[in-house]
Design a protein around this ligand. Structure first.
Ligand code: PLP
Length: 392
């Protein structure tokens, strides 16, 4: 189906942060499958895990115990707020599970009337019916029939509206990305996450974080909420870098928040299969190391400093640098889609984003040298953008 706006470009192989196109060019990849190839392309540890498990066992049904699944769940719980995990094949399915978990919790508590889910403008949670209704992009629900009841969006930064929503007796949950991805790398201040959690607790409302894009090391901590001690969620969706490029997602929750998720109420054929879990375990163990997490912090610091330098030199092109860690947004004056083409002309891949941003979402193991190469390419793209603006 013609649902993708594809660039006229295809790749035949990748290695680290390099992508080799079918027409013989080499690109520096600061898209990484939109924050999915967290360890770059063809990481030897992931390749080995895939090959080894591929020769043993790919798939068995969830009607049996799956030891690899239990191991990855244990790792996720040992390093997060969560006690239990449900595995999926995508971020959308992890969100779907999070929303269902929240509503079931209230039913289990004898309050089935608590069904309202509040999200935020500019948010993106995926493309299933529930996910598009929870997301803050009206164009994704248009033409698909009536909106699902029980989903509303709040304006980012409107604290009064947020407080009023949380206080409603029908509210089930608040869903938020600690750092918005598709919305244009908008980071929620840490103290706001802490107040959000305490407001939710005060009113018996569940707090759901969507860390599909900003989790798994992208901000320089394993999970973005760790930057806000006291601001952890009750339920959280992760995916993307969790499988390092293999489709894996997960919905994490506390035992209490997941108390409605009893035998038979939810499930998945492929979710948590041994092959996905073997790669997920390898990705988790490799990402959750000081080497990778410190690298993100150090190289992100360099990026922000250099990008602000570019902003000062090209105020006619760049208006803002935002985001957190390796989820960096560059807000532009020229059209972001056109700027992506100019970057591509320099053999640099960047992603688009809301609010006329381009996003840099490089692999978490990007080196300082590669970051400096990306800056040099961005500088050339800025020069080209300036010439285009002058000629217009
Ligand atoms: N949530 C966020 C924050 C995302 O960025 C995405 C995908 O970009 C999703 C959910 C949906 O994930 P998936 O495309 O794996 O279904």
């Amino acid at each position: 189906m013609g649902v993708y706006n594809r660039a006229p470009l295809a790749f035949e192989r990748g290695r680290g942060a390099r992508l080799f196109s079918t027409d013989g060019d080499v690109y520096l990849d600061c898209v990484a499958g939109i924050a999915t190839d967290g360890l770059g392309h063809a990481h030897p540890v992931l390749v080995e895990a895939l090959k080894t498990q591929g020769e043993k066992l790919w798939h068995v049904s969830n009607i049996y115990r799956i030891p690899e699944q239990e191991e990855l769940a244990d790792k996720l719980c040992a390093h997060s707020f969560a006690d239990v995990v449900f595995f999926t094949n995508s971020g959308t399915e992890a969100i779907e599970c999070a929303l269902k978990t929240a509503r079931k919790y209230h039913t289990a508590n004898g309050q089935p009337e608590r069904t309202e889910i509040f999200g935020f403008d500019g948010s993106f949670h995926g493309r299933s019916y529930a996910a598009v209704n929870a997301s803050g992009n009206p164009s994704y629900v248009e033409g698909f029939g009536p909106r699902l009841p029980g989903y509303s969006q709040l304006t980012f930064g409107d604290h009064d509206a947020l407080k009023a929503a949380i206080a409603l007796p029908t509210t089930a949950a608040i869903i938020v990305e600690p750092v918005q991805g598709e919305g244009g790398a908008r980071s929620i201040p840490e103290h706001c996450l802490v107040s959000l959690r305490s407001l939710c607790d005060e009113h018996g409302v569940l707090l759901i974080y969507d860390e599909v894009q900003c989790g798994m090391g992208r901000t320089g901590k394993l999970f973005a909420y760790e930057w806000a001690p006291g601001g952890e969620p009750h339920i959280m969706a992760v995916a993307k870098a969790l499988g390092g490029g293999f489709p894996v997602g997960a919905c994490l929750a506390t035992t209490e928040a997941a108390k409605g998720m009893t035998v038979g109420v939810h499930g998945s054929t492929f979710g948590g299969n041994p092959l996905a879990m073997a790669v997920g375990k390898a990705a988790f163990d490799t990402i959750n190391t000081p080497e990778i997490l410190d690298n993100v912090k150090t190289v992100a610091g360099y990026f922000v400093q250099q990008l602000n330098g570019l902003k000062d030199r090209f105020p006619d092109v760049i208006v803002d640098i935002r985001g957190k860690g390796f989820l960096i947004g560059i807000k532009l004056i020229p059209n972001n889609r056109e700027f992506m083409v100019l970057a591509r002309d320099e053999k640099l891949l960047v992603a688009g984003g809301g609010d006329n941003c381009v996003r840099l979402l490089p692999p978490l193991n990007l080196t300082i040298e590669e970051a400096s190469e990306a800056i040099a390419k961005l500088e050339k793209a800025c020069e080209a953008a300036r010439s285009k603006l002058a000629a217009a």
